[in-house]
Design a protein around this ligand. Structure first.
Ligand SMILES: [Zn+2]
Ligand SMILES: [Zn+2]
Length: 314
C-alpha cells in the first residue's frame, strides 16, 4: 500500500462533520475505494453486514413486512404490492423478467413476514427443551460465547423446581459484563437463522446463555446498534470504554474461535471466549476487538471486576 493512497483516503473521509451535509463532499467520499487497513482485518464482517443491510432496506422499501406481520392478508397481497412497484424500479425489463423479480422479492418479503410472526409465539415445550439439552451431550455450552451452563441453569431450564440459590459470580468480565443477572446465566433457546428456510425447525435451534440471547435479539448486523461505547470505572486501569454487547455477540458467533496470533485450538465448543482490544487505548468498536480465550488473554486478572463496579455501568 502506497503512503499516498493511505493519506488520500484519510484526507477525503476523516473529520467530515461539516462535509456530511454537503452533497459534493459526500460524492467525493462515496467514490473512494476503502483500503483494507481501515477494516483492521474485519473486512468480511464489516462489508458483508452493510451489504446485507442495504439489500434489506431495498426489499423492505418496496413492501413493508411489518404491515403484513400484523395483518391477516397473506402472500397474494404481498405479491400484489410488489407487482405494482416492480415496473417503476426496473422499467426496462421484459414482462417475463418482471414476473420473475416480482416473485423473488415477494418471497423474500413473505419470509420476513413469517419470521416476524414466528418470534411472537416461540415457546418450546418442556419435552422439546429436554430433547434439545440432550442433543448437546455432556457439556452444554452457550453456542455463541461458549459459557458452560451451571447445574442451577440446567435445573431451571429442564423444569426441576428444587434448584438452589442463583450462582451469580462475584467478579465479572468487564468487557462483557456477563453474570450480573439471573437471565445472563440462564439457558435459553436461540434461533440461529432468524427464520427457517422451509426445512426442519429443530436444525435452527441452539442453546444460548441469556446474556448472548438478549443482546442478539433479532439483530443480525453490526450496524444495528448504536455506535457510542459505554465507560466503566476500572479500579486498576482507570476509565475503560466497553464495547456494545451485540458487537461481542456478532464477533463471537461468526469467528467462534480464539484469534490469538500464535494459533490456538480453543473454540466456543470447548471454552468460554471473550474479546480484548487490539489497541487498548482505542475505542471498543468492531475493528478494535479480537476474540480471545482465557489462556491467551492479555488482560489477565485485570479482566475481572467486582459486581459493584460492573453494576455502575448498566
Ligand atoms: Zn453466551
Ligand atoms: Zn487461545
Amino acid at each position: 500500500m502506497e503512503f499516498a493512497e493511505i493519506s488520500s483516503f484519510l484526507e477525503t473521509t476523516a473529520d467530515k462533520i461539516e462535509a456530511c451535509w454537503d452533497i459534493r463532499s459526500l460524492n467525493n467520499i462515496a467514490n473512494q475505494r476503502v483500503p483494507d487497513f481501515i477494516m483492521s482485518g474485519r473486512g468480511t464482517l464489516l462489508r458483508a453486514d452493510i451489504h446485507i443491510l442495504w439489500t434489506q432496506w431495498f426489499i423492505e422499501s418496496i413492501c413493508n413486512p411489518d404491515i403484513f406481520a400484523n395483518s391477516s392478508q397473506g402472500y397474494a397481497y404481498i405479491v400484489k404490492t410488489v407487482q405494482k412497484r416492480v415496473p417503476l424500479i426496473f422499467p426496462g425489463i421484459s414482462e417475463d423478467e418482471r414476473n420473475k423479480i416480482t416473485k423473488y422479492i415477494a418471497r423474500l418479503v413473505d419470509k420476513e413476514v413469517q419470521r416476524r410472526k414466528e418470534r411472537k409465539r416461540i415457546s418450546l415445550s418442556l419435552e422439546n427443551r429436554k430433547m434439545l439439552w440432550d442433543i448437546y451431550g455432556t457439556e452444554q455450552r452457550c453456542w455463541i460465547c461458549g459459557y458452560k451452563f451451571t447445574t442451577w441453569a440446567e435445573n431451571k431450564f429442564l423444569g426441576y423446581t428444587n434448584y438452589q440459590e442463583v450462582p451469580l459470580p462475584q467478579f465479572v468480565d468487564y468487557m462483557r459484563l456477563h453474570g450480573l443477572t439471573e437471565r445472563h446465566i440462564s439457558v435459553e433457546v436461540d434461533h440461529v437463522v432468524p427464520f427457517s428456510k422451509g426445512g426442519n425447525e429443530e436444525d435452527n435451534l441452539r442453546l444460548a446463555c441469556g446474556w448472548c440471547n438478549s443482546h442478539k435479539s433479532d439483530r443480525t448486523s453490526l450496524y444495528d446498534v448504536a455506535l457510542k461505547p459505554r465507560i466503566l470505572n476500572h479500579t486498576k486501569l482507570g476509565k475503560q470504554s466497553i464495547p456494545h454487547p451485540f458487537w461481542i455477540v456478532r464477533l463471537l458467533s461468526v469467528r467462534r474461535c480464539c484469534e490469538y496470533e500464535g494459533g490456538c485450538d480453543q473454540t466456543v465448543d470447548n471454552a468460554e471466549l471473550t474479546v480484548f482490544p487490539r489497541h487498548p487505548e482505542g475505542a471498543m468498536n468492531p475493528t478494535n476487538l479480537r476474540v480471545i480465550c482465557s489462556g491467551h488473554d492479555p488482560l489477565g486478572s485485570n479482566r475481572f471486576v467486582s459486581r459493584t463496579i460492573a453494576e455502575q455501568v448498566s
